[in-house]
Design a protein. Structure first.
Length: 323
């Protein structure tokens, strides 16, 4: 992985992605005790940053390979990104999804034209299911985070952050990133290393599923003891990626761990003060900025809202936290 791959992905994504803004709301500054700048990837195509990596990966395939179709594993956001990218390329896609994924994410993935195969994440292996389908049909696997071209696509978000921070005069800041397997965190970190080296990535994770935070502390890959049971489904993975972790170990700062209640409160604040819809996992970085302020230094902090694909009952639950 290198910056040239990210710049190449950026060129291929030009005209196909939304270059999301960098937003600020004074009321959030008051809560956090510093200026909070929000990168709203919930406004990206399919409602999350995942479209960046999906388009990057599909557009990098040789046409004869891509035309055979693709397969992906995902709880929802990567699923939708790959499904739409495949549809836009005119090729078929199969998405292997946990049966407990939010209904909206399953329905949207099907609506983008993908064939959805559901599995029980506690008793079945998505890798075995996907491998069998891929071999039978000759499909190319697009991994959710541990894939160079996916990381490169996510890194384009970092190129935008670097440029936008410069426009706002932000010279030193933590960039808090909602983190599952580390594709977005490592991609942004590589981009910032090249274009804004005084900005530092900090991963944000839900408590009980803080494998990246623990891995960074120990210096080796740590696994989560379970793979479900938290509302932040979008950023729950078994462990950091083999490709993403070395990048994070070299470039990112200590992790920040948030509670479910804090994720819900951050969702409510994003809606109340910026009219942004965030899903629980997508609000983890904002939650860290608002409620872990003693673990952050400096006058500015930049956060990603990485996704906004939330079912109505969960969103109502979030809004009730500020009632």
């Amino acid at each position: 992985m290198n910056i040239e791959m990210i710049r190449g992905a950026d060129a291929r994504l030009n005209g196909y992605i939304r270059r999301t803004p960098l937003l600020n709301a004074p009321f959030l500054d008051d809560i956090a005790g510093r200026r909070v700048w929000i990168k709203p990837e919930c406004l990206q195509h399919t409602g999350s940053f995942k479209f960046r990596g999906a388009w990057s990966a599909l557009s990098a395939l040789e046409p004869e390979v891509r035309n055979k179709g693709v397969i992906a594993f995902s709880s929802g956001n990567h699923a939708q990104g790959v499904a739409l990218a495949a549809k836009m390329h005119g090729v078929s896609s199969v998405i292997v999804m946990p049966s407990d994924s939010p209904k909206m994410k399953i329905d949207n993935t099907r609506a983008y034209g993908a064939e959805v195969v559901l599995y029980d994440r506690d008793t079945e292996s998505r890798d075995r299911i996907g491998a069998a389908i891929s071999e039978e049909r000759g499909l190319t696997l697009i991994k959710p985070f541990d894939e160079p071209q996916v990381i490169a696509g996510q890194g384009t978000c970092g190129l935008e952050i670097a440029a936008q921070a410069g426009e706002h005069g932000i010279t030193n800041a933590d960039v808090i990133v909602c983190c599952g397997g580390g594709g977005l965190s490592s991609g942004i970190a590589l981009a910032l290393e090249a274009d804004a080296p005084t900005l530092r990535v900090r991963p944000a994770e839900p408590e009980g599923f803080d494998d990246v935070t623990r891995s960074l502390r120990s210096g080796r890959i740590e696994r989560n003891s379970k793979t479900s049971g938290n509302i932040c489904d979008a950023i729950i993975t078994p462990q950091p990626g083999d490709l993403t972790f070395p990048i994070m170990k070299r470039l990112v700062g200590p992790g920040l761990v948030i509670t479910e209640k804090e994720a819900l409160q951050a969702m409510a604040h994003a809606f109340s003060h910026l009219k942004l819809v965030a899903e629980p996992g997508g609000a983890a970085a904002l939650a860290a900025a608002l409620f872990r302020k003693d673990e952050i230094e400096g006058d500015d902090v930049i956060v990603t809202i990485s996704g906004g694909n939330v079912d109505a009952p969960m969103f109502a639950r979030a809004l009730e936290t500020l009632a």
